[in-house]
Ligand binder design. Structure first.
Ligand code: GAR
Length: 210
């Protein structure tokens, strides 16, 4: 089982979905720790209640962004991390850190990349009038929300949707997609291969709303 550490900043619902999936001993990744850059992140209590070790590493406690990411890197080493999963980690990581973990670090983004990179994806999706929206799990590269795509899930945009209803529908899809993507990666069925992800022996990398 691949030793996996999750980085969060807040609510931690995707983190909880990964912890719950990994509670099955047959799951190919084990969640060995959770790191938060926010001392009051709700996810910290959820992780602790599920018996996962947590660590708070705030930007304010470090002199520079480089020092902050170096402290996270040191904590990852202490956890013996082989995989890093970003789950609502709302801070850009330094190029040095990203390059060190490239190919071993994945992220979930609440839109169908390459559309709607960045923040506030659901409001922008509603403004654009798109009829299909969703979420993406991808490898992390230095450019934000730009790395090779591992898996995507699509949801409909309904006529009466507003930001809360649409974001809730996407979030339910996220909770199904992220465990699927981590499983694929941890069992070696997908790897980063230049600008694209390379797959072996597995074709099901999309998920549709039920
Ligand atoms: C999720 O929707 C995730 O996709 C998004 O933040 C939310 C975190 O919720 N991530 C980003 O926007 C990354 N820029 P959670 O803490 O309940 O998992």
């Amino acid at each position: 089982r691949k030793r996996t550490v999750i980085l969060i900043s807040g609510r931690g619902s995707n983190m909880a979905a990964l912890i719950d999936a990994a509670a099955d001993p047959a799951f190919p990744a084990e969640i060995v720790g959770v790191i938060s850059d926010q001392a009051n992140a709700l996810g910290l209590g959820i992780a602790a209640s599920r018996g996962v070790a947590t660590k708070v590493i705030t930007r304010a406690d470090h002199a520079s962004k480089d020092a902050h990411d170096a402290a996270i890197d040191a904590a990852l080493a202490t956890f013996g991390a082989e995989i890093v999963a970003l789950a609502g980690y709302m801070r850009l990581l330094t190029t040095e850190f990203v390059e060190k973990w490239q190919g071993r670090m994945i992220n979930i983004h609440p839109a169908l990349l390459p559309s709607f990179k960045g923040l506030d994806t659901h409001s922008r999706a509603l403004d654009a009038g798109i009829r299909v929206h969703g979420c993406t799990v991808h490898f992390v590269t230095p450019a934000m929300d730009d790395g090779p795509i591992i898996a995507q899930a699509a949801v409909p945009v309904l006529i009466d949707d507003d930001e809360p209803t649409l974001s809730a529908r996407v979030l339910r899809a996220e909770h199904r997609l992220y465990p699927l993507a981590l499983k694929l990666f941890a069992e070696g069925k997908v790897r980063m291969d230049g600008r694209r992800s390379a797959f072996s022996g597995f074709a099901e990398t999309t998920s549709h709303a039920s």
